[in-house]
Design a protein around this ligand. Structure first.
Ligand code: ADP
Ligand code: MG
Length: 320
């Protein structure tokens, strides 16, 4: 009898011990390190599912994969309207809306300019002014026709390209968070190359703490931390990806469709916090391009929170 009681006690104890354990996996996806941590019983299948979501969403939105759905759109949509999946269509609608509201500070039609600068590849280079002048007319998102009836995409001009690099990680973080919620997971941290989603709270009930990288630190230090619960924290900064051109100047990957050059504003690092990671991702890019004064109106319009590190070293906080 005593043995049975001890056994029962052990069985009851094991799940409660495991419950507070972090269970985490890191893999290289989308050219960046993705770490997904769940605070639950050990469940390999749950993490398998999360990484499967990254793979299946990449097959839809990765412009650098010639087989992806968005690549099919990019290669065919100037010849005829291309029918797309419901998921891609609604993401494009959302990206169009933000392009419109931010007057292209986030611009889903930025593809030809990104390609010209070689952003994202090893052959990044400073294009000539003539080359830039040639692609500027291809960057107007109004020339992307999204037909809600047939769920089709059509480009009015030959050579146009949709670029989802500034929204993809946020979109995928939302998909994983949704799957976790549906599976009853209450506590998880999704980190897709710095695009973070904190689901629920830490196992001790405290909010997640996300460190914001100090652009001036060479050792990956933080300049501040942000607490979040059921929210996403997304940062865009020119220091993240850049190259030094033949003229000796540093050029980064966040481009301004009005000039054709990397955006230069008073914001060095732009962070958006909201429960919608897709939106946060787009708005972090948009605010970086807009600069602090114009970004405030955008942040207010979408009802999100923001933290901007400005060039004079000061920090502007909105609703945090
Ligand atoms: P990261 O992905 O480096 O964290 P972002 O989310 O800000 O940073 O996205 C940057 C990517 O978005 C670029 O690599 C490019 O593909 C694309 N991009 C660059 N400028 C813009 C822009 N003004 N609007 C929309 N997308 C942009
Ligand atoms: Mg972004």
């Amino acid at each position: 009898m005593r043995r049975i009681i001890i056994l029962l006690f052990l069985i009851l104890l094991i799940p409660s011990c495991e419950k507070n354990e972090v269970f985490s996996r890191t893999e290289l996806r989308m050219d960046t390190l993705c770490t997904i941590s769940v605070y639950t019983r050990k469940d390999e299948a749950l993490l398998d599912q999360a990484f499967e979501i990254i793979d299946s969403a990449s097959a839809m939105i990765d412009m650098y994969d010639s087989e992806s759905e968005i690549s099919r759109v990019n290669s065919m949509a100037s010849a005829e309207p291309v029918a797309v999946s419901d998921e891609l269509f609604s993401l494009l609608m959302k990206a169009y809306d933000v392009s419109e509201y931010t007057d292209g500070a986030f611009n889903l039609a930025i593809g030809p300019l990104v390609a010209l600068w070689g952003i994202g590849g090893e052959n990044a280079r400073l294009p000539s002014e003539a080359e830039i002048a040639k692609v500027l007319p291809l960057l107007d998102w109004h020339d992307i026709i999204l037909d809600e009836g047939g769920k089709t995409v059509f480009f009015k001009k030959e050579g146009m390209r949709i670029d989802l690099g500034g929204v993809g990680k946020g979109y995928i973080a939302d998909l994983i968070a949704e799957m976790f919620r549906e599976s009853g997971t209450e506590s998880a941290l999704i980190n897709l190359g710095g695009n973070v989603y904190g689901l629920g709270t830490k196992s001790d009930g405290e909010p997640w703490k996300v460190g914001l990288q100090d652009p001036f630190s060479e050792h990956g230090g933080y300049f501040t931390t942000i607490s979040c619960s059921d929210a996403s924290v997304v940062t865009s900064g020119g220091y993240e990806r850049h190259f030094i051109a033949e003229d000796g100047k540093v050029y980064h990957h966040l481009l301004d469709w009005k000039t054709g050059y990397p955006a230069s504003s008073d914001i060095i690092s732009s962070t958006i916090i909201s429960s919608d990671s897709t939106l946060s991702d787009m708005l972090s890019t948009a605010c970086f391009v807009l600069g602090s004064e114009r970004a405030e109106a955008v942040v207010d319009h979408y009802g999100v929170s923001a933290l901007f590190l400005l060039e004079d070293g000061s920090i502007e906080r909105i609703r945090i």
